[in-house]
Design a protein. Structure first.
Length: 357
């Protein structure tokens, strides 16, 4: 008897033809999937025609029973290769529709079939939120970066893989990049979404976003460099103007293993001094934002509080390192790490009020 095991603990038994006197009943099929060209899978991503889902080349499928097109992923040397599908709901003929990444070439993500309770019959393996399913990915890409018909929560690292709980959900209207926004006041170093004449470019990127929406890497156009990180690290925004909030953000370098600090833009109620233009962080370990983000320096003592999702954390209010030409009193608050004659400068010996290099 040959035994074949798929990831997640499902076991299929096949009786060798030479065996006699023993019969193994084949497991019942839970459905089949076929390509469905009538299913529309080219919705616009984040309200930006320059970042459309059509560019992902998603393929429509219709499935009977509880089958899914992405349930047959393979693992090679521990790396998953498969498809990522987003549930689109029932079709008129009683089948279920899915929008999926193409099977060839496969992506380095895989559906954890045990999280589909209708197949595994094990509710303990399901995601905490209804209608969410688990995917695990290798590398920097999140599932929704590959299939924009999904929305996923925070990733949880498991060895060399990162696990996500995702659901099929349309994107809210996205953010608009504001080039040239977010300068720093030359005298105070305060980051402003729109500054007075003579303000110094800070190196931050400005974004205008609908209420309760944060900038995402996908909001960059197709011709721009997209960060591996799905969310940027953003300063506390100013109060909304109409239905929009303005953010000043940077793209962080990958946080080293053990880093536990994440951006928290809603800390002002707990730290009144964390005014717009400053950076709030929630940390869950012994590290500090300065340990995890080289662009940040922190002078204020942390407090015990709650992150943007209401979880207990150590809260910090910090500042973005000052660009060249902004007043300083020591080098470690400067992006250049050099303070010359009271101003941040790229090199020692430059005159007072030196401009950006």
């Amino acid at each position: 008897m040959n035994r074949f095991t798929t990831r997640g603990g499902f076991t299929l038994l096949a009786a060798a033809a030479a065996l006699t006197g023993c019969a193994v009943e084949a497991p019942a099929s839970h459905g089949e999937c076929t390509v469905d060209t009538a299913l529309t899978c080219d919705t616009i991503l984040a309200g930006n025609p320059d970042a459309g889902a059509g560019a992902a080349g998603l393929v429509g499928y219709s499935c009977t029973g509880v089958a899914r097109p992405d349930e047959n992923a393979k693992y090679v040397a521990g790396i998953p290769y498969g498809m990522i599908c987003a549930l689109q709901g029932p079709n008129a003929d009683g089948t279920t529709g899915y929008c999926c990444t193409p099977p060839d070439p496969p992506v380095t993500c895989a559906l954890d079939i045990t999280s589909v309770t209708a197949i595994s019959n094990d509710p303990s393996r399901a995601c905490p939120t209804a209608d969410n399913y688990k995917f695990e990915c290798y590398g920097a890409d999140r599932p929704e970066a590959l299939n924009p018909a999904l929305t996923c929560g925070n990733g949880i690292r498991d060895g060399q893989l990162v696990q996500y709980c995702c659901a099929a959900a349309g994107r809210p209207m996205g953010c608009t990049e504001a080039k040239g926004a977010c300068p720093a006041d030359r005298a105070t170093g305060l980051i402003m979404y729109s500054g007075p004449p003579g303000a110094v470019q800070s190196g931050l990127t400005g974004w205008s976003c609908p209420a309760d929406t944060a900038p995402r890497g996908e909001d960059f156009g197709m011709s721009e460099s997209r960060a591996d990180y799905y969310y940027f690290t953003c300063a506390v925004p100013a109060p909304p103007v109409g239905q929009f909030s303005n953010f000043c953000c940077f793209t962080p370098a990958p946080v080293l293993p053990g880093g536990s600090c994440v951006t928290a833009t809603k800390v002002q109620g707990q730290i009144p001094k964390c005014t717009p233009g400053r950076f709030g962080f929630a940390c869950y370990g012994r590290d500090t934002p300065e340990d995890d983000f080289t662009q940040i320096y922190c002078e204020d003592a942390p407090i015990d509080g709650y992150d943007d999702q209401g979880k207990q954390a150590k809260l910090f209010c910090c500042d973005y390192r000052k660009p060249n030409g902004v007043a300083c009193d020591r080098g470690d608050i400067c992006q250049s790490h050099n303070c010359t004659e009271g101003y941040c400068c790229a090199a020692a010996g430059r005159p007072m009020g030196c401009t950006e290099a």
